[in-house]
Ligand binder design. Structure first.
Ligand SMILES: Nc1ncnc2c1ncn2[C@@H]1O[C@H](COP(=O)(O)OP(=O)(O)OP(=O)(O)O)[C@@H](O)[C@H]1O
Length: 290
């Protein structure tokens, strides 16, 4: 069945995902409150904010883990226009082309590094088999599809410098390598949008630099847009093109990294000051920069 939502309004050509008035309530708690933003093609967009600000909840709404209480999530890619809030999570990943990684690494630790990248390509392989045993045994296009899958997996292992570890169990890799493998696994599905939940968490400075290089190359070489939640401000400021800041479920700032970093509302949120003290923070910043 082809899923397309042609009744959704067209987005400007440079916008891949438009989040409009997104609200998510859990009983009496409003975790995300009337949040709107765009994710553009060819950009790395960072979603930041203090603990409990609602970042993961926004991710869970975009990727279909939660059904938003209110809001429209329009994704417009080469394969069509989709209203994500109407889709189930597997449709969002397979049909709309949204891939994600989690805060905690979720590789198949007992499988080899190569197998982890082949499992990610399960859907096209099964399609090539015609979902029949004869298909899997090589009648029809399965053999060619399998070779394509292996070639793609190997190309990604070359790119993340893990080709020499292809036959080792994924669990034996150092933490930073597991992170990059998880990202490569997500990229094996050829996503239009890659959502990364705290990709730099737990990395040492060298691993963090390798991660930055990988994320930039995904943006520049693969043309995949990235949306990431990140607490490490050096990573956010270094690689993001666009930053959105949440605090208590509301968007408080949205713009280029430098502008957001100097926004008094953002500084106040991170310092944990009350709303009425924001003016004071603003004055202090102005005095400091003048
Ligand atoms: N399934 C849920 N049921 C009830 N409350 C939830 C649920 N998921 C999240 N929350 C609440 O929603 C609020 C926002 O949580 P969320 O995890 O989205 O924040 P976050 O910005 O990702 O935080 P962190 O940086 O600590 O991961 C929190 O108060 C959290 O306790």
């Amino acid at each position: 069945m082809t899923i397309r939502h042609d009744d959704a309004p067209a987005l400007p050509g440079d916008v891949l995902l438009r989040v409009e008035r997104l609200t998510m309530r859990f009983g009496g708690l409003t975790a995300v409150n009337d949040v709107s933003f765009d994710v553009k093609w060819g950009e790395i967009t960072a979603l930041i904010g203090p603990n409990g600000a609602g970042k993961t909840t926004v991710f869970n709404c975009i990727t279909g883990f939660y059904k938003p209480t209110v809001g429209r999530l329009t994704l417009q890619s080469a394969t069509g226009r989709f209203l994500l809030e109407r889709l189930r999570d597997h449709q969002i990943s397979r049909t709309a082309g949204v891939a994600r990684t989690f805060q905690n690494i979720r590789l198949f630790g007992g499988m080899t590094v190569l197998e982890n990248l082949l499992v990610a390509q399960h859907a096209p392989l099964m399609k090539a088999s015609g979902f029949t045993l004869l298909g899997v045994l090589g009648i029809g296009g399965f053999g060619a599809a399998e070779r394509t899958a292996i070639d793609k997996a190997k190309a990604w292992l070359e790119r993340i410098d893990l080709i020499d570890r292809a036959d080792d169990p994924a669990a034996d890799l150092p933490y930073g390598d597991q992170r990059r493998l998880e990202i490569a696994r997500a990229m094996c599905t050829d996503p239009a949008l890659l959502c990364l939940d705290e990709p730099a968490a737990g990395l040492n400075p060298r691993e963090s630099l390798e991660l930055n290089a990988l994320l930039r190359s995904i943006r520049d070489r693969d043309g995949t847009a990235l949306l990431l939640i990140e607490h490490d401000m050096s990573v956010v400021m270094e690689i993001s093109d666009h930053v959105i800041v949440l605090d208590y479920g509301k968007k408080i700032s949205d713009g280029a990294p430098r502008a957001v970093r100097e926004d008094p509302k953002v500084i106040a949120a991170y310092l944990g000051v009350e709303d009425e003290e924001v003016d004071e923070v603003e004055r202090e910043i102005e005095e400091a920069v003048s």
